[in-house]
Design a protein around this ligand. Structure first.
Ligand code: ZN
Length: 169
């Protein structure tokens, strides 16, 4: 978190647009209906995206596009792996951005399968909120204190916060 994933995704997709390619951006939606929203980076850069209920919907919407960007890919179900592979096999350039680990530092959802199959992987680092070092972890805070290890991975509507942390912190 806070490593600039969305900003990097937007940067690459904008370059593809400038090159005249047809670019689609999708992200997990709030519910099963699709909606028009945006991919927004922490610095405020944004790009229009379609929120989708499940990975299977990506195939339907990707028809006719040269490049498909997927933001917050860790929240999609495992099917997103075969969807990405199918699109890539058809010649579509797939750029997926997501958190590799959850707040426990365990692999997040479909990320291991995606990381293993991708041609190129870039791991971005944030800045540790505590010491200023290179952060590779996400610390969940509930009421300002570290969340229990046993907490749910995704707490919808919970009043929690996240901070970037290095291994040591
Ligand atoms: Zn630190």
């Amino acid at each position: 978190m806070f490593s600039g994933k969305s900003e990097e995704l937007i940067r690459r997709l904008r370059r593809a647009e400038i090159a005249g390619q047809r670019v689609l951006i999708v992200k997990p939606g709030i519910d099963n209906r699709y909606d028009i929203s945006h991919v927004v980076s922490h610095s405020g850069v944004k790009m229009r995206a379609i929120g989708l209920g499940g990975a299977a919907d990506i195939v339907r919407f990707a028809e006719g596009y040269d490049v498909v960007g997927i933001d917050e890919v860790q929240f999609f179900d495992e099917d997103v792996i075969s969807v990405c592979l199918d699109l890539a096999d058809r010649g579509v350039r797939v750029i997926a951005a997501g958190l590799d680990t959850d707040f426990r530092a365990d692999p997040f959802g479909p990320m291991p399968g995606l990381l293993a199959r991708a041609e190129f992987v870039d791991k971005l680092q944030a800045v540790c909120h505590r010491c200023g070092g290179a952060a590779t972890r996400t610390q969940r805070l509930v009421d300002g204190a570290p969340a229990p290890f046993t907490g749910d991975t995704i707490q919808v509507g919970a009043l929690d916060a996240y901070e970037a942390r290095c291994r040591r912190c």
